[in-house]
Design a protein around this ligand. Sequence first.
Ligand code: HEM
Length: 160
Amino acid sequence: MGEEINENILNTGSGPANNTGVEEVSEPADCGVKYYTLEDIRIHNLSNDTWLIIHDKVYDITTFLEEHPGGEEVLLEQAGADATESFEDVGHSTDAREMLEQYYIGELHMDDRQKKKEKETENTNSGESSTSWTTWLIPAIVATVVGVMYRYYMLEHKSS
Ligand code: HEM
C-alpha cells in the first residue's frame, strides 16, 4: 500500500508523460542509450556538424569547436572519427574530461568496437611474429655456418 502511494507521488511530480512512458524516447540515459556505427558517425565531419568518438563514446562537439582551448582545427581533423589517441596524447585535464559529458550523445556500436579490437590485435600479432622471425633466424644462420665450417675442418683433417 505504502509503495503505491510513493509511486503516485513520484509520477505526479515528474509530469504526465512519464505515466505513459512515452517521454523516455527523448531521454538517452540508461536503457535509452543510442548506438552509432562508424558509418553513422563518419558523415558528421563538418564544421557545423561535428561528432567525435573518444573511448567508444560518441560526442557532438559542434557547439564546442570555437570554445576549445586547443583550437577548432585539431578537432576538425578528427571529425567523424575516433579521436581517443589524440585526446589522450595531449594529456587533457580532469576538467576537460568532465566537459566531455555535456556533449555525449551515445555509444559506438558493439560490432564496430569488435572490429577495432580485432584490427589492434592483428597489428600486435604481426609485430610479434616479425620479432619472433628475427629471434630464431639469426641463431639458425649461425648454426648453419658453424656446421659447414665444421664439415670442412673435418674433411681437411681426414685428407691430411
Ligand atoms: C571534445 C573533446 C575535447 C575537449 C572537451 C577538450 C577540452 C580541452 C580543454 C579544456 C583544454 C585546456 C587544457 C586542459 O584542461 O586539459 C584543451 C586543450 C587542448 N586540446 Fe582539447 N579537448 C577535446 C578534444 C581534443 C582533441 C581531439 C585534440 C587533438 C586532436 C585536442 C587538442 C588539444 C590541445 C593541443 C590542447 C592544448 C592547448 C594549449 O595548451 O595551448 N583536444 N582541450
